[in-house]
Write a new protein. Structure first.
Ligand SMILES: [Zn+2]
Ligand SMILES: [Zn+2]
Length: 334
């Protein structure tokens, strides 16, 4: 007699096993809350003053900071991760002046005490664009704070990437390990961060709800594949980028506006990120839109616009020359 011990085919058991494993890995993550309404800025900022820096505690050791859209059009997000021995600040924002934007003062106030001072802080970046590092000057002369410059040389040296953009690095904050993954494409020195403790993935401008500005399409696609491979079997609670550029309806925000009404939520999902390689494979090199994501190469668009401008100026010059010749001809005829 043959006992039918299981009516499910082996592949279904495998899928069920991996589902249970990922559910159990997810349940081991320290949870947090994304229940927050980000300040929208205002159409009349003077009439609607808001705090320069909004701080959202995701949990007691993880803080999301957002710069006020009335003070900076970029309104970037900064992330503070606190371990038991050290803390890590990812990006310092778009404003250098501490009177306008008290980034260092706010971050230091959030750090736990260690004896007579605060626990040491490491300041790192997602990439070199100014809207992610202008606040560095507020940290550079503080004791117990190490600022890792955002350029590729310092990033490679500090994290020990010997085969950039391959390989992984880790930062140990004490009972909290952060993986660092090279993600060039938007910017040559771009890195993303994965927090093993919360499952948060910090994607900077490599992946965010809005415009995916791509400097190097091949590097960006390779980064997306590298990240997808890295995350496939890891639990991800939320993917958090550097900006929000979409409305709740999926419309791209107006560029250069201090007012961001009805913004979409900041967080994207692991599934969104796993689909990024496919999304990027449809990028035509200049400008493509797929779903809510707009992909474009700022550099190439600027070059094309430059050529168009030169062509227009040449055409104008020729027309002017023709007009002057004609006028001269008419005068002679009189
Ligand atoms: Zn950027
Ligand atoms: Zn940015």
């Amino acid at each position: 007699m043959k006992f039918n011990t299981c009516r499910f085919p082996p592949y279904a058991l495998l899928a069920l096993g991996s589902l249970l494993t990922s559910a159990s890995a997810r349940s081991q993550l320290v949870p947090g809350s994304m229940d927050v309404h980000w300040n929208e800025g205002a159409s009349d900022c003077a009439a609607n003053p808001q705090p320069p820096l909004q701080v959202h505690p995701y949990n007691t050791q993880t803080f999301i900071l957002r710069e006020n859209p009335c003070i900076t059009l970029e309104a970037p997000f900064l992330y503070l991760l606190v371990g038991s021995t050290r803390a890590l600040l990812i990006d310092t924002g778009d404003v250098a002046d501490p009177k306008q934007m008290p980034v260092a003062q706010t971050v230091l106030a959030l750090l736990p005490e260690a004896g007579l001072s605060k626990i040491p802080l490491i300041v790192v970046h997602t990439h070199t664009h100014l809207d992610h590092r202008l606040g560095d000057s507020q940290f550079e002369h503080l004791s117990n704070v190490q600022v890792v410059p955002a350029d590729l040389g310092h990033v490679r040296n500090y994290f020990g990437f010997s085969d950039w953009p391959n390989g992984l690095a880790q930062v140990d904050l004490g009972n909290r390990t952060i993986d660092v993954i090279p993600t060039p494409g938007h910017n040559p020195a771009h890195v993303s961060y994965y927090d093993q403790k919360t499952g948060l993935f910090f994607s900077g401008d490599f992946f965010l709800p809005g415009r995916l500005i791509i400097d190097d399409a091949a590097a960006d696609l390779a980064s997306a594949r590298r990240v997808a491979d890295f995350l496939r079997n890891r639990p991800v609670s939320f993917v958090l980028g550097g900006h929000i550029e979409l409305s709740a309806d999926g419309e791209t925000n107006l560029l250069g506006s201090h007012y961001h009404p009805r913004e979409r939520a900041l967080q994207l999902t692991k599934q969104d990120l796993l689909l990024l390689p496919d999304l990027l494979s449809h990028f035509n090199g200049f400008y493509s839109k797929r779903g809510v994501f707009v992909m474009y190469s700022q550099l190439r668009i600027l070059i094309v616009l430059g050529f168009i401008l030169i062509a227009l100026l040449l055409a104008l010059g020729l027309l002017l020359r023709l007009y002057l010749r004609r006028r001269k001809g008419l005068r002679k005829a009189r």
